[in-house]
Ligand binder design. Structure first.
Ligand code: HEC
Ligand code: HEC
Ligand code: HEC
Ligand code: HEC
Ligand code: HEC
Length: 484
């Protein structure tokens, strides 16, 4: 049979057998979903409000699925009737001649053609919108609210809050997308049955290589000048005495004369350094391999490594160092209570004249609350209570400041501690630096030596120049013109 004849036969069948309840239900389902979808897209275009994540699931995923289901039901109904007819011995095709020259049949064909075109357009739009939606920050961050809440909260407060989750976690291209969707479906089950781990384990084992993510926006050869860091700390005394540390970090990178500084020495041509770690969190690093400028490989090992039992070595993993080995919390940066309070006080979000504010706030932050709700209720009340009983005069005159401080301390807790996900202070250590976690000193501790007796440098001026350390009123700030 020629293709033309086949198509004609199919149309005949559709005309004559389409009038059954399954196909009609399919048509109704498809048409009504199509109306809902088009209405929703119109609202989405014209309304300034963002779609609620659960409404998103409804309109980006469920309605398009119903639309498809309806479309699929139409041929199912037709085939079923055909089968029934066959079983009853009735003729299946052609039932009666359909004259394609008749105007009414032509009109019907035109309608079918237009409807098919509309359906394909709706399906395409729904497909694109669905994928886009599943890659959106709100879907990733809010749909499984409790699970992603720590990462989403930290993300919203980071320099990357306008970068998509997908840009770091999925990367470019269709294979990456498919892989992500497969693992996403597995995660959906874990959430539905509550079997996900608390906290979500870190590091993420199958994170895309930095080359496909970070480096799309920050290229490693770019030279970065020294970075000035000014950090003010407040003591836990009655006056919350302030002191300032100032350092110039030698970030460096690629220069015409070779590579320098923190970025240059580890990364320039990438894969310059690989290391072996004996724990899943990559905190214990007994062996580091470094490719020198001239290409030779140098191994730096700790004394421990030389006597390490074989079973432990077999469990160890080897990794090429990239951005994430230092910047492991570029966006999900959880703070420690001390530094978070210093920052809030430095930015004058709290009145630093409230006596013992730092000490008391620190104490309240470190209490083991059962959940965020309890913490949110207790922290401001406890702080107010402290001033009411210990400093009634101050409490009387500075009621508003005490209340503000209570709210700020509460906000610091809510941003960093998630008892529901077993995330508390320091659960996810930040590898930048060495004050809050071991960080750079995992390798730069002076304990990693090569066969020829060199060590990975750990002197204080290897990575930065300390311009002031815990000084009350650093002279250098005046010289910079930052302070009068
Ligand atoms: C700038 C890049 C970047 C963006 C944007 C980003 N992440 Fe991450 N994320 C990371 C890195 C890097 C890690 C791995 C940390 C590690 O391996 O130590 C991570 C880890 C995680 C983890 C594992 C647990 C943890 O805290 O380490 C979760 C869950 C997560 N991200 C969710 C999200 C969600 C949800 C979004 C969007 C709201 C998002 N991420 C956006 C870079 C990013
Ligand atoms: C889609 C682009 C994009 C991607 C992907 C991206 N970043 Fe960024 N990154 C930015 C932008 C934009 C800023 C903010 C620059 C600013 O504030 O001036 C930034 C800032 C930073 C900063 C400076 C933070 C600070 O405190 O000022 C670091 C460090 C950083 N990114 C590291 C990373 C790492 C590591 C990755 C990969 C895990 C990554 N970025 C992925 C766009 C990106
Ligand atoms: C050996 C550790 C290390 C590695 C590896 C590393 N960085 Fe950094 N990077 C640092 C340190 C330390 C800083 C300064 C930290 C700070 O701002 O507190 C920094 C700063 C930055 C900044 C901010 C610069 C500025 O002027 O504020 C960006 C952006 C950045 N890194 C991106 C990257 C990217 C992308 C990679 C991977 C190609 C990478 N880094 C690899 C240690 C590292
Ligand atoms: C996995 C191990 C490892 C980690 C982690 C690491 N480094 Fe390094 N770093 C090295 C090795 C190896 C060298 C090259 C040693 C040599 O020069 O022989 C090096 C060299 C350097 C140099 C150049 C020193 C010089 O004068 O030649 C700087 C600066 C530096 N690292 C800073 C940092 C900072 C800052 C961090 C933390 C954010 C850090 N490193 C984390 C392994 C590491
Ligand atoms: C391998 C590189 C490296 C070496 C070696 C190193 N530091 Fe640092 N240090 C850093 C980095 C990176 C930061 C910035 C971390 C950040 O942005 O929070 C830092 C921050 C600091 C700070 C400010 C921290 C704060 O927030 O109060 C002090 C103080 C400091 N270093 C002292 C020292 C002293 C003292 C030594 C010598 C024993 C030393 N460092 C050796 C990399 C290094």
């Amino acid at each position: 049979m020629s293709i033309g004849a086949r198509i004609r036969d199919m149309f005949r069948m559709a005309f004559q057998l389409g009038n059954n309840w399954i196909s009609l239900a399919g048509t109704a389902l498809t048409t009504s979903s199509a109306f809902v979808l088009v209405w929703f897209w119109f609202m989405e275009l014209t309304s300034p409000r963002q779609v609620h994540p659960y409404a998103g699931i409804m309109f980006f995923l469920i309605f398009p699925a119903l639309f498809l289901l309806g479309l699929a039901l139409i041929p199912v109904g037709i085939l079923r009737v055909r089968k029934q007819r066959k079983a009853a011995g009735e003729p299946v095709l052609p039932l009666q001649a359909v004259d394609f020259n008749q105007p009414s049949v032509r009109r019907l064909l035109t309608i079918v053609g237009v409807l098919t075109f509309i359906n394909v357009s709706i399906l395409g739009t729904a497909g694109i919108k669905g994928v886009e939606y599943m890659d959106s920050n709100r879907f990733c961050g809010l749909t499984c609210h409790t699970v992603m809440s720590p990462e989403y909260t930290a993300f919203l407060n980071s320099p990357h809050s306008r970068v998509g989750c997908a840009q770091c976690h999925i990367g470019h291209g269709a294979p990456a997308l498919v892989r992500a969707k497969i693992s996403g479906s597995r995660q959906l089950f874990a959430v539905a049955f509550g079997t996900f781990s608390r906290p979500i384990p870190s590091p993420v084992e199958h994170l895309r290589p930095a080359r496909e993510t970070c480096e799309q926006c920050h290229w490693p050869q770019k030279f970065t000048d020294d970075k000035l860091i000014i950090r003010t700390k407040f003591a836990e005394d009655e006056a919350n005495t302030a002191s300032t540390t100032i350092l110039l970090l030698k970030i460096g990178g690629h220069t015409p004369n070779g590579t320098t500084g923190i970025h240059g020495r580890h990364l320039d041509a990438m894969e310059r350094i690989s290391y072996l770690s004996t724990d899943p969190r990559r905190q214990e690093i007994p062996k580091v391999t470094y490719r020198e400028e001239n290409g030779t490989l140098t191994e730096y090992v700790t004394d421990d490594f030389k006597t390490m039992p074989k079973e432990k070595l077999e469990k160890a993993s080897i990794r090429n160092m990239d951005c994430i080995d230092c910047h492991n919390r570029p966006t999900h940066a959880f703070q420690l209570p001390d530094r978070a309070l210093d920052k809030a006080m430095m930015e004058k979000r709290m009145d630093t004249e409230l006596p013992f504010l730092k000490k008391k706030a620190l104490e309240l932050l470190k209490v083991d609350y059962p959940d965020q709700k309890t913490a949110a209720a207790k922290i401001p009340v406890a702080l107010a209570e402290f001033y009411r009983t210990s400093y009634p005069e101050i409490y009387k005159h500075k009621r508003a400041q005490v209340d503000t401080a209570g709210e700020v301390v509460k906000a610091i807790y809510m941003r960093n501690v998630f008892p529901e996900m077993k995330i508390t202070w320091g659960t996810h250590p930040n590898n930048i630096g060495h004050e809050e976690a071991v960080g750079c000193f995992r390798c730069h501790d002076g304990g990693h030596t090569s066969a020829d007796g060199r060590t990975i440098k750990g002197d204080c001026d290897t990575c930065h120049t300390l311009l002031a350390q815990d000084e009350k009123d650093p002279k250098i700030l005046k010289e910079f013109g930052i302070k009068q």
